[in-house]
Design a protein around this ligand. Structure first.
Ligand code: SF4
Length: 476
């Protein structure tokens, strides 16, 4: 019997005992779960860190492939990039995956997208969610180490919503080649766990600290903030920035995507080091044929931007975005969204940089508004986070009920506090995740990672693209 605990659960469980969010520690929760009878207690934050490794890498591979396609790089440059993209990642690099990319870890958002926006399936990240990634790793990587059959493991997730049970029940979240064991067998919510603990007489606030079990019990501060709106984006940016620039982020806090506003935007400026595949690509991008003239409003934004970035000589960094970034290039993705070919700038030293434009939708109502603006071309982004519940998972339907109007803010502050007190705050610096890649997965987006960590929603996207192609052919 193994359980895993989502980030949002650890701050809200204290409320089941009449205390403020975050008043009990994650270690006390581990001890409580052990007293309930679980053999091992793992941290879904490990799964969140793994999700970021896969998702940030997927975003960069999509960007690379799209930039190459949109600027029409010549075959020599393309071959050079292919050599710089490892064999294991070639399948991602070569297949057609459109931008902007949407996050995939919230089943509430996935449900809306499948029902109301099937055109967007190809735009959603192919990554499984943290709970199913951790389940798959427990029943393969950990099971192999311990010499246990996956079918002898029961994985229980403690989650902030019942939608996570629906996610775990989907046919494709299982180990196809290993007897079909499910990634996650059962889900219980924070409020249900609070009731169970009280029924069993386990008084959480009085418990000593327990230790997470390894190897899947170590998580970073970046993975912890997955539990609130903007947290997935912030964690992804911390990793994507350092992957592209190969430099330390000037600051870890992306205040632009924090808080409880409905729609948040940010822009991250990244200058790749000379000789890297993004550096050569951006040089080619500069030399690409001029794009057709943009509409008047966009032309004004573009003129302002080009003057501003060249004149001020901005380097890598983080800033707010006006939303409709001034893109260069003409590429258009499949389906209902248009991607403008990526936005670039010139740094102090004359090197070309990439402006990564991101947005966060807090709740499904805001997601609909944001998608509508993206469909009309009013807003252009490269990466979009959507969480169905207002405030993200801390506001999930399975969290303890509260009459406190400030409860979302208090839970959010408790999560940010856990991040600030973490010794490791970047997903790619999690030594347990690094060991998992070294010993088992190979590297992010490898074939092995693809087998275990990719959702079959991704298969749906291929079916969708195939249908589109057939339809277009028939119309011709
Ligand atoms: Fe569940 Fe809500 Fe979190 Fe989505 S945002 S995973 S629906 S708690």
């Amino acid at each position: 019997m193994i359980c895993q605990v989502a980030p949002a659960v650890r701050v809200a469980i204290a409320e089941c005992f009449g205390l403020a969010p975050g008043a009990t520690s994650p270690g006390q929760l581990v001890e409580a779960l052990r007293r309930l009878g679980f053999d091992l207690v793992f941290d879904t934050v490990f799964g969140a860190d793994l999700t970021i490794m896969e998702e940030a890498t997927e975003l960069l591979l999509r960007l690379q492939a799209q930039l190459e396609a949109d600027v029409g790089v010549d075959e020599t440059v393309r071959q050079q990039h292919s050599q710089q993209t490892s064999q294991q990642q070639q399948h991602h690099h070569q297949r057609y995956e459109p931008l902007p990319m949407f996050t995939s870890c919230c089943p509430g958002w996935i449900g809306l997208m499948e029902k109301s926006y099937p055109d967007l399936i190809p735009y959603v990240s192919s990554c499984k969610s943290p709970q199913t990634m951790l389940g798959a790793m427990a029943k393969t990587y950990m099971a192999d180490k311990a010499g246990i059959s996956p079918n002898d493991i029961c994985m229980v997730s403690i989650m902030p919503c019942v939608r996570k049970q629906g996610e775990a029940d989907r046919d494709w979240f299982c180990l196809g080649g290993r007897g079909g064991a499910r990634d996650v067998d059962h889900v219980i919510t924070t409020a249900e766990l609070g009731n169970i603990l009280k029924e069993r007489g386990i008084n959480l606030p009085e418990l000593p600290e327990g230790d997470w079990d390894q190897p899947l019990g170590l998580g970073t501060g970046a993975g912890v903030i997955f539990g609130t709106t903007g947290g997935v984006m912030e964690a992804a940016l911390r990793t994507a920035y350092e992957l592209v620039t190969q430099e330390r982020l000037p600051r870890l806090t992306f205040s632009e995507v924090r808080g409880l506003e409905g729609i948040k935007e940010a822009e991250v400026r990244m200058v790749p080091p000379p000789g890297s595949k993004f550096a050569t690509l951006l040089e080619t991008h500069t030399a690409a044929p001029a794009p057709p003239p943009p509409p008047p409003a966009e032309a004004k934004a573009q003129a302002t931007d080009e003057a501003g970035t060249a004149g001020s000589g901005s380097g890598s960094g983080i800033g707010t975005s006006p939303g409709a970034g001034a893109g260069v290039g003409t590429g258009a993705g499949a389906g209902a969204l248009q991607w403008d070919g990526g936005a670039t700038f010139v740094a102090d030293d004359g090197r070309r940089g990439l402006r990564l434009r991101v947005a966060v939708a807090n709740g499904l109502g805001n997601a609909k508004k944001l998608i509508s603006k993206m469909q009309s071309g009013e807003c252009k982004y490269d990466f979009v986070e959507v969480m169905a519940c207002p405030a993200g998972c801390i506001g999930g339907g399975g969290q303890p009920r509260s009459t406190d109007k400030q409860i979302a803010l208090k839970r959010q502050q408790a999560l940010y506090g856990l991040d600030e007190r973490s010794t490791i705050r970047r997903c790619h610096e999690n030594p347990a995740v690094q060991a998992a890649y070294k010993e088992f997965l190979g590297e992010p987006c490898s074939d092995k990672a693809h087998e275990l960590l990719v959702s079959s929603l991704f298969v749906s996207s291929f079916v969708y693209l195939l249908e589109q192609g057939i339809r277009a052919g028939l119309e011709r």
